[in-house]
Design a protein around this ligand. Structure first.
Ligand code: NAP
Length: 309
């Protein structure tokens, strides 16, 4: 059986390590502060924001949630960001995406002070990443690297294949793997013979948002497979096609029927067990690390502002 890379365990380790840093900040001046801006009432975004605020509370990070209405204009959002940039008690600013289509999301994200950009999405921080300079790293890719490090999975000299080239996941994941001396290939929707390219990967990172598309023929035997994908599948036929093959967990479909959906990664959850040497499950793999790294970025931003690093 392959090793399961347990994101919940690593998340808890990271949180435990953050607590004394937060206590030191509180003793020196004040606890770190994170402002979260959530526009409108998108249910998925509400859940993500609730989880972030709850994690702040667990850790003793001060959080403030700003809830402008769906009708907010770009100018109004820019004014909110300006105020947060100027506030001394806020170390991190997070604008939950997606923003409504009317809003100029690029202008809003660009307006965030790069020193408070705890998502690592600001072009200045993307540049810092490429140049190997310090700065907040995009949370999900940073979480992947923590997972590999804490499980002692060697990266240097390995062939790594990243499927997906988004600015927030695929590209920064590839860059972080490169900084750790992997030989990295980035794939996307125009890659020819994706399965053959993926099979070159001793480390395979799937971040494409296509449930269970990465089947056994994409996985090199013995590969370490990191599944970033997280799709809420409500299509019973799709769920049944995948899970009816699961001899280890025949109750999966019963769970689907009870809830009406199942979370599915980009990697076929049955094939990965047969081919990989280690893999991240969905759920409980990469997902929990994203918030842990957001907290890490917030604490680091506060430490920089307090002159502690
Ligand atoms: P995205 O912005 O939609 O990017 C998807 C990428 O996958 C694009 O580069 C796209 O290629 C590529 N792609 C799509 N279909 C493909 C195909 N058939 N073959 C090859 N490449 C294909 O998505 P994202 O924000 O990076 O997120 C990817 C997945 O990760 C989603 O399921 C998302 O929910 C999940 N996610 C999870 C977490 C977490 O905490 N676990 C965090 C962030 C994202 P092109 O560039 O050519 O279009």
């Amino acid at each position: 059986m392959p090793q399961i890379l347990d994101g919940i365990r690593v998340r808890d380790e990271i949180k435990a390590e953050l607590k004394p840093r937060i206590a030191a900040l509180a003793a020196k001046s004040r606890a770190p502060g994170l402002a979260v801006v959530l526009v409108g009432n998108d249910p998925a975004s509400q859940v993500y924001v609730r989880n972030k605020i709850k994690t702040c509370e667990d850790l003793g990070i001060r959080s403030e949630s700003l809830r402008p209405p769906e009708s907010v204009t770009t100018e109004e959002l820019l004014a909110i960001i300006d105020t947060l940039n100027a506030r001394d008690d806020m170390d991190g600013i997070l604008v939950q995406v997606p923003l409504p289509p009317r809003v100029d999301a690029k202008r809003v994200l660009l307006a965030i002070d790069p020193a408070k950009d705890v998502d690592g999405f600001h072009p200045m921080n993307v540049g810092n990443l490429v140049a190997g300079l310090p700065g907040p790293r995009s949370c999900t890719p940073a979480g992947i690297m923590e997972l590999l490090k804490r499980y002692g999975i060697p990266v240097a000299g390995k062939r790594a294949v990243v499927v997906g080239r988004s600015v927030n996941v695929g590209k920064p994941a590839a860059m972080l793997l490169l900084h750790e001396n992997a030989t990295v290939t980035i794939c996307h929707s125009r890659t020819v013979d994706l399965a053959a390219v993926c099979r070159e990967g001793e480390i395979l990172v799937a971040a494409l948002g296509r449930p269970a598309m990465i089947t056994g023929e994409f996985i090199r035997p013995g590969a370490v497979v990191i599944d970033v994908g997280q799709t809420r599948v409500t299509d019973r036929a799709l769920a049944a096609r995948i899970f009816s093959r699961d001899r280890n967990d025949p109750d999966k479909m019963a769970a689907f029927d009870k809830r009406g959906f199942v979370w599915m990664g980009d990697v076929d959850p049955i094939d990965v067990v047969e081919k990989a040497s280690a893999y991240t499950p969905v759920t409980g793999g990469v997902g929990p690390l994203t918030i842990a790294m957001l907290m890490t970025n917030t604490v680091a931003a506060a430490e920089r502002r307090a002159g502690l690093c």
